[in-house]
Write a protein that binds this ligand. Structure first.
Ligand SMILES: C[S@@+](CC[C@H](N)C(=O)[O-])C[C@H]1O[C@@H](n2cnc3c(N)ncnc32)[C@H](O)[C@@H]1O
Length: 433
């Protein structure tokens, strides 16, 4: 394992103020600087860059800006929508967007002067413990949907939908802590009223200014970008075998962080989901599934051949932990970890399929502590990749510590985690022979 002076910190935080990346906050995204350093190292000439778990498109955006063709897979329809708009940003006319933003502000002003009743309705299937929006905020949100509905220009309408979605939690009674939960549970007051139109307009002006920046930066060079809103496992054969020069990605960590549940408001309010059934399907097709999905199953084991016994042994130790807790103890968590490593195998096989000879894959992944058992996910992924014929070039550790995951949120659990070892983030560097 090496510390990696050549790689920048992969955490997303620094993206929050950067052009294009600031459009959509994403808790588990990685940083622009990390992707830039990876591209500089590995892409000496224009080629094809793939992100099989694209999130909100950090890899895709940066690779496009650097002049490379890109392809991305993203199972979550909201994240895939954000990826598409960000990678196609140069097509949106900034002056038209600014004009539409002014019209939007007048529309709201006029509606409030005339006390206009909104036509739009909240999404039917979207249920929350307490009202997601207070009545005054809800009215403004519904008026916003009315305005978007009458826009004829598809790219302006997409930009408005994204601006609404990326700000919608701010003026709701919920927040990310880091999972979506009620503001009152975090000791914060409910949002009785808010200048929703100003929040959305502010985002739209930011977007228009970034589009100008992108256009100037790309100067007519428009590398291609494909975003597929499907599971990489089901659809990787859409990519020609041996065509990818560099794969940069960060799959979900083994920490049960629930991208789908955390984007429930966005998915429902944008009409990308209409019932819990939509979420069930996403869960089953998600990398590693989720603990909730597999904990009740009969014993789940590794379903691929690997001579190395360590992964199996660790799963055995985990399985025997806290038997008194039933599926909430080691038994349930071992099912989840086994499902996760089975997907590491599927990922490794698919990566081998899409990469060209001597092509590189950089996989940002964090270790985990489940039921007090340290799981070095980076090393296990490396071994699994090796077993399918990929070369493990190195495991870099750009960030030697990271704060807790969604499993380790309470003080007690955080203490336990510290005793069990340190959480870190790694970049597993693989190469096709
Ligand atoms: C750690 S995030 C990636 C964040 C990304 N690096 C960024 O900067 O935005 C992992 C992503 O993988 C997606 N995902 C999970 N399972 C998937 C699958 N089977 N196929 C494609 N995407 C998947 C999740 O929805 C999530 O957005």
């Amino acid at each position: 394992m090496a510390n990696a002076p050549g790689f920048n910190d992969p955490a997303f935080a620094s993206n929050k103020s950067l052009p294009l990346h600031r459009w959509v906050p994403w808790i588990a995204g990685f940083s622009r600087d990390f992707v830039q350093s990876a591209l500089e190292r590995h892409m000496k000439q224009p080629g094809l860059v793939l992100d099989p778990f694209a999130g909100v498109g950090t890899t895709l955006v940066e690779a496009n800006l650097a002049g490379h063709d890109v392809a991305g897979f993203e199972i979550n329809p909201y994240a895939a929508f954000a990826c598409r708009i960000k990678t196609q940003a140069y097509r949106i006319e900034p002056s038209a967007l600014e004009k539409a933003t002014l019209e939007f502000l007048s529309f709201h002003e006029d509606a409030s002067r005339n006390d206009r009743k909104p036509k739009a309705q909240p999404p039917e299937g979207f249920r929350t413990r307490t009202a997601f929006y207070s009545p005054k905020v809800l009215r403004k949100v519904l008026l916003t949907l009315d305005f978007i509905e009458q826009l004829n220009d598809k790219s302006a309408s997409d930009a408005f939908r994204l601006a609404f979605a990326s700000t919608m939690v701010t003026y709701s009674n919920y927040s990310y802590e880091p999972s979506l939960s009620r503001k009152v549970s975090a000791g914060r007051p409910e949002v009785e009223d808010h200048a929703v139109d100003q929040a959305i307009a502010g985002k739209l002006y930011e977007m228009a200014s970034d589009i100008d920046w992108v256009r100037a930066r790309m100067k007519g060079c428009k590398p291609s970008s494909i975003v597929v809103n499907e599971s990489f496992f089901d659809s990787f054969r859409q990519i020609k075998s041996g065509s990818v020069d560099l794969l940069i990605t960060s799959p979900p960590y083994l920490n049960n962080y629930h991208y789908n549940r955390n984007t429930r408001p966005h998915l429902y309010w944008l009409g990308l989901a209409s019932s819990p059934k939509d979420f069930k399907e996403l869960e089953y097709r998600n990398f590693g599934k989720f603990w909730q999905t597999v904990r009740e199953n009969e014993r789940i084991d590794l379903d691929f051949p690997i001579a190395d016994e360590e992964i199996r042994r660790t799963l055995g130790v985990l399985r025997r932990k806290n038997p008194e807790n039933g599926v909430y103890g080691g038994r349930g968590w071992a099912n989840y970890a086994a499902s996760y490593f089975n997907d590491c195998y599927r990922f490794s096989k698919a990566a081998r399929f899409v990469l060209r000879r001597r092509g590189t894959a950089l996989v940002v992944i964090g270790n985990s502590i489940l039921q007090g058992v340290m799981i070095p996910t980076d090393r296990y992924l490396a071994r699994i990749a090796e077993s399918v014929g990929l070369e493990v070039v190195d495991i870099h550790i750009p960030r030697a510590s990271r704060v807790g995951s969604s499993i380790i949120h309470s003080e007690v659990r955080a203490e336990k985690a510290k005793k069990g070892g340190q959480l870190y983030e790694a970049v597993v560097e693989l190469r096709k022979r």
